[in-house]
Structure formats: C-alpha cells, structure tokens
Design a protein around this ligand. Sequence first.
Ligand code: HEM
Length: 491
Amino acid sequence: RRDTKQCRYPPGPLGLPLFGNLLDLPKEASWYTFAKWARKYNSKIIHFSMLGKHFVVLNSYQVAKEILEDRSRIYSDRKYSVMASELTGWHRNFGLQSYDERWRQRRRMFHQHFKPQMTPTFHTSMIQGARALTQVLLESPNEFLRYFRSVPGANILSIVYAMDLDPRDSASMESVEGAVLAFEEVSDEGPYVVDFLPALKYIPTWFPGAALLRLPQGSVWKSVVDRFHEDSYHTVKSDILSGESRPCVASSLIREFEDRLDDNNVEEDIISASGTAYTASDTTTYVLTNFALAMLLFPIVQKKAQQELDQVVGRDRLPDTCDLDSLPYITAIFKELMRWRPIGPLGSPHQSIADDWYGDYFIPAGTVVIGNIWAILHDEERYPEPEAFKPERFLTEEGVLDPTVPDPVQVFGFGRRICPGRHFAETALRLYISHMLAAFAIEKPVDDAGNPVEPTQDCTARMFWYPKPFRAEFKPRLDELERLIRMPPGN
Ligand code: HEM
C-alpha cells in the first residue's frame, strides 16, 4: 500500500493529460462543484489535479478534522504563489507564508496581541468603532456599503498603528484601502501562469506579452502594498524616537524588540505581524454586508433582535461590551451569519509537506488541501435546513445558547493555521451588529409606486463570497440617537 507507484488518489473527475481538471473548475463558487463531486463519487474526500499539481478537497467536518487538525504537523504549509508573494509584495502577509520559522515568529507576535485574554484591551476602541459606524450611518445612510469598509478599516488601523483616520474622508482612506483592494484583486484574478512557470517572472514588465502574464499589473500592486507596509511601520517608529508615539500594537512590538531592530528579520517580522492585521480586516466588511442583506430578507429576525436589545439594554443608551453575553439572540445571529454565508467558503488552502495516506487513499507531499467550509457548514445532519437563515437553531427553547449545536468555528479555518484574529473579529462584529440593530430599523427602500425594492441575490463568489451592491434604508429607531452615540460607554 505504501508503494507510491501503486497508490490510489481519493476519487474525483478524470482530467486531461497535463492540464488535468483545469477546464472542469468554474471561475466562481467552486465550493458547489466540490460538494457536487463529493456526492457524485460518494466520498467526502475528493481529488483533482491542475498542470501536474494535486488538489484534495475535504467536504465534511470529520475528514477536515482528521486531516487538517489531527495531522496539522503535515498539513499546515501554504502553496507558494510567485504572483501573490513575490511580484505583488504580499510576502509580508504571514497568512500566505510557508510553514517555517519566520511564519512561527510572526504568528507568535500577532497572537501575543490578539489572543482572547487581550480582547478586553481593545474594548474601548471597538466601542468607538461601533459608535463611529452608527454616526456615519445616521449622517449618510445611503453610503452604508462604503462605510462597512472604511469604519472597520480605520478602527483596526487605530489599534495597530495608532492612525487617526476619519472613515468619511475618502482620500485618506483610499490611500490605505488600496493595499487591501490589491490583495483581493490578486486573489480573485488567479490562477496565474507565472505561478505554474515561475521562470516567467524574469520577463521585464515592458516586454511584449508581459501584460498577458499580468506582470505590469503585479508591479503596480507591489508599489501600493510596499508603501502601505513601510509607511505605516516607519511612522510609528519615528513617533517613538520623537517621543510622540501613542499605544498601539506596532509600537508595543517595536519597544519589545528595540535592541534587535537592526536585524532585518526582526524588523520584517514586526512589519508583517502588524500589516497582516489590517489586511485581514476586510473580512469584517463582507460579514457586515451579509448582515445587512440578511436583515432585509428576514425582517422577523431583525424584530426579535430589537426586542432583545430593548429588554436588555433599554432605549436610552447603546449596547456596551458588558451587554454582549446577555444578548444570546444577537450572538445566534452572528453564528448564523458565519454559517449561512461563510465569507470565505473555501478558506485559505493548506499544503502538505510529506506523503500521507488517508485510509487507502494516497496524498502526496505538496498536495493543496482545501477544507470546503461551505459544505461543512451546510451539512444537513449538523444543521437541518441548511439554506434557511435561522438564528434560533443555536438556541434552546428557553432562548439561551444551546451547547449541543456545533459552533460554526470552521468558518475561521483549521489546525495550526486557524484564524488568530477570530476572538477580536467576533467581539467587534457582535458590537457592530448590536449597535446597528439598536439604532436603526434596516428596511428595503421603496420605489416610486411605493413597492419595496428587493435586494439583489447576485454575489461576488471567488475567494470571498458577498452580495453585489444593493440598497437599504437605515431609519433611526431611538430618540436622540446623536446624543446616545456621544454618551461614553458604561452610562
Ligand atoms: C469574521 C471574520 C473573519 C473570518 C471569517 C476569518 C477567516 C479566516 C480564515 C478561514 C483563515 C485561514 C485559516 C486556515 O488557513 O485554515 C484566516 C486566517 C487569518 N486571519 Fe482571519 N478571519 C476573520 C477575521 C480576521 C481578523 C479581524 C483578523 C485580524 C485582526 C484576522 C487575521 C487572520 C490572520 C493573521 C490569518 C492568517 C493565519 C495564518 O496563516 O497563520 N482574521 N482567517
């Protein structure tokens, strides 16, 4: 069985010589295709190949756990992308990095600041972020989609770099958002020929044909990405030298490693650990967009959440972090959002570093291993009626969180690469959601004839999954909302 020449890969579609299954994969929403193959081949683990590279997709919680978690020593590497990591400057995002000592050091630095015990140190900033979102929605409700990006972005930048950006100021936000948008474009526009034939990276960007390989685009992205990482880090460093620095993640890392900053690796580790925190924050944008859509589609859920808020928080203040544990229905909405529309339905693929066998199936070293998060969170044995949006599924009849219902934590990935920002993300999102529900009735707009305008069901469905732009009304539901926004938390 261990003779690799006689090995048997997990079942999957037969591909063409050399190209493999390149032509079988849809450009969008491939999680549905993988789930369909799992049914067709009657196997939760399936295999396909592209240009000589092996891919394995895990379509159930049990298989994903056994492979990505129980054997995480083998399955925690990432597929190297010449385009994403080298040509566009994203080698600084440790989420894309190989499973090696540099990655370990960067993840350790990140974890030190974002581990669960540290979340309370961000509570004041998180409340400020939720209040800022409420304020801008009150001023310009029609621009909610823009603010779903700029408010969480400005908030994490203040936490990581003590940057003081006004989310309403498009010019200053765009200068930093360019880096995140470049990341999304790089991820969405692949696969790149240069990733399969790395020698092509040496072709100069002016050379005929370079544009077809998207090499010039790579260097445009790189200048934006490099500028973001370097400018933000060096500003904090020079503020420390001039005695003007304010507390933030980057300044605390710089101080901690003060005596080793002349080691280029240490400086790069700090740049990476702090920069990755900002670039991972676009996830919040997509969750908020899915949230607004769900509130338009399921008004009864919205009403129930507002009743809970009125009972627990009252109508003369906005929610606070200390309220969150007394708001089980809001927590259930958060969990259901993660499950119903996982923003990254295939997460971030892992790669194996050694030959392995799963039962009789052979998984060669260097295989890209994808956890089909969508399939796991839409498994009807774990979540009956998986397509329905039902926060109640996470609650007992008494309305408290039901510990027997599986937590949709797989939305945050698996094993040693599991999202280290998940504790931060959960608290921040529950605060954003509870603020919006307390402050506004979120409704469909009406057309000239007075009929409600249905939101689009079209989605962007590549690396991230979120609805295409739609309209919504945010109507204040609390008296003197502006005064409540200005009230300090805890009052
Ligand atoms: C609801 C929001 C979020 C979701 C659904 C999410 C999901 C994920 C997923 C699926 C991965 C890949 C895990 C794997 O490889 O198995 C990941 C990685 C990561 N996430 Fe998140 N994330 C969220 C928010 C955040 C936030 C707010 C931060 C930063 C504060 C963050 C920081 C990271 C980092 C640094 C990694 C790379 C980990 C590594 O490769 O070692 N995430 N996230």
